[in-house]
Design a protein around this ligand. Sequence first.
Ligand code: ZN
Ligand code: ZN
Length: 146
Amino acid sequence: MTATQSMYRRYRFFKENAGYVVGESAKCAYSLARAEELAESAGLTVDWDWDGDSDLSWCECGGDNETCTRCGSRKYSGRECTSLDGHDYHDHEVLYAYVKAGGATLAGLGGIVDAIGTPYQRVVEAELLAEAIVELNRNEYTLPIA
Ligand SMILES: [Zn+2]
Ligand SMILES: [Zn+2]
């Protein structure tokens, strides 16, 4: 695969999967594709950890309540309780994603819900990589990535 082909594939993915400002989807998809490519050649990667400090009270399941608002049983009991639209009322995987280089955290985002293995995972990663590249380029102690 040539560099142009790989860039085009990345672009297509983000065009289809990234949320965007109306009218700017091409620009947004391009910048995410570019960030992903630059990060790959610079060896920047995204790590994922449990987010122990998350707030899920905004969620339709109500977040950390001991008792389920849908079926009334205790949450985290291992019992299945998934609504028709696929919302698991008993358990969410809430993670923190970050980019580190040379001991410094360049970009990070917490409270990411059930993203692993979905297109959203890659979108989050590309957004964080874009942020990290901006941060690297702002600081003089490292070589710019361009
Ligand atoms: Zn929920
Ligand atoms: Zn339930």
